[in-house]
Design a protein around this ligand. Structure first.
Ligand code: GTP
Length: 367
């Protein structure tokens, strides 16, 4: 079966992590998010996969190639300028000859796609939309439906007094080929704001598929950290690596000083070095080739590849992208790629540091 994944967005809310890397390629426990997503789709027999791209497409293509290593067939469609979710699918597949899945490329979920497809077929719907409950729906697209799960209304970002349901569009759709005929070729067109309301107005059957499966949009630093907490706590199944004792997973070729200590769930990639007296408290993930210096302390953080945490540094609730070095105290900071923060600084308050910056000794002091 065919599946289209929408991966064209710039991921602005996740900057600076997405300044050089498309959001679907950010690592989730040391593996690009998109690889995990494709593995999940493959589990339901979706192996003919089209990636609808726009932003930094080469970063995706270089890594995933033709999909053979993942056991799927990947093809790529690149927009010159963003065409919106429906416009992007139209460009990517042209004319469909069978039912097709469409996915937002920034949602981690364990939704049962087989059950959703069975419900879609039983209802002979033109479109089925997965729904998920959220605490505060005012920032999302709310979907209302009747007792037969026939969708009756879409409301984008409702005001609080307008809220009639806490079920929102979860970014997974099943579409029948003919619905794409309503999407003008080469024009910016959205599923949520244009195509679905048009189909509703035309009296077509749109099936609501609510579910209480695991669901999270990885698109902000807080959500990105939450995904890691959930995976390391086992709230959703994922392969974390090779377990060593309880709550510790260690990759190949690591060099861990025997006086270092680990508390709570911690995942180390390959070739990670942990110095004497270092304390790593979970949930924490340390990427391939990274190192933590003597007596340093890393808590509730995600370090990407080739990150250096200096001797005595304290890093808590941080995300640090590839090739960066932190020699200071950092609390709740998001540090882009190839950054150096020298000792004597204090990073705080959700500070975001753009790639390639060097912050010299004793220049930043927040908190
Ligand atoms: P923000 O800039 O942080 O809002 O992130 P984003 O650019 O990814 O936008 P958003 O989260 O709203 O997009 C949801 C999904 O749709 C993501 O997987 C995007 O990659 C994808 N997407 C949004 N617009 C387009 C588009 O015009 N073309 C393509 N191909 N994908 C899109």
């Amino acid at each position: 079966m065919k599946g289209v994944i929408l991966v064209g967005g710039e991921g602005t809310r996740l900057r600076p992590l997405t300044s050089r890397l498309p959001k679907p390629m950010v690592p989730i426990v040391n593996r690009p998010f998109l690889e995990r997503m494709i593995g999940w789709m493959k589990g339901f027999g979706i192996t003919d996969i089209v990636l609808a791209m726009g932003y930094l497409p080469d970063r995706i293509r270089e890594r995933l190639g033709d999909g053979a290593e993942l056991g799927v067939t990947l093809t790529y469609s690149v927009e010159d300028s963003p065409l919106g979710t429906a416009g992007a699918v139209k460009l990517a597949v042209g004319h469909l000859d069978d039912t097709c899945f469409v996915f937002n490329g920034d949602i981690l979920t364990d939704l049962d796609l087989g059950a959703m497809l069975a419900a879609h077929r039983e209802a002979t719907a033109k479109v089925s939309i997965a729904l998920t409950p959220v605490h505060d729906p005012t920032q999302f697209g709310v979907v209302e439906f009747d007792a037969e799960r026939r969708i009756t209304k879409f409301t984008e970002k409702p005001r609080r007094e307008e809220v009639r349901s806490n079920l929102i569009n979860a970014g997974t759709y099943i579409i029948e080929p003919e619905v794409l005929d309503r999407v003008p070729a080469g024009q910016y067109w959205m599923f949520e704001r244009s195509l679905f309301p048009d189909l509703l107005a035309a009296g077509e059957r749109l099936l609501a598929y609510p579910s209480d499966c695991y669901w999270i949009d990885i698109g902000t630093p807080d959500k990105y950290r939450q995904v890691h907490r959930d995976l390391l706590a086992g709230r959703v199944h994922a392969h974390l690596g090779r377990p060593r004792g309880e709550d510790l997973w260690v990759g190949d070729g690591c060099d861990i000083d025997e006086s270092a200590s680990f508390l709570g769930p911690v995942v180390l990639g390959d070739r990670v070095q942990i110095g004497p007296g270092a304390v790593i408290a979970g949930p924490t993930v340390i990427g391939n080739g990274s190192s933590v210096g003597a007596n340093a302390n890393v808590t509730d953080s995600i370090l990407w590849e080739n990150v250096r945490i200096g001797d005595g540094a304290i890093v808590s609730e941080c995300i640090v992208a590839n090739d960066s070095r932190v020699d200071c105290t950092a609390f709740n900071a998001v540090i882009g790629a190839n950054v150096v923060v020298e000792s004597g600084n204090r990073l705080d308050h959700g500070l975001r540091i753009w790639p390639d910056r060097v912050i010299q000794r004793d220049t930043l002091s927040f908190g």
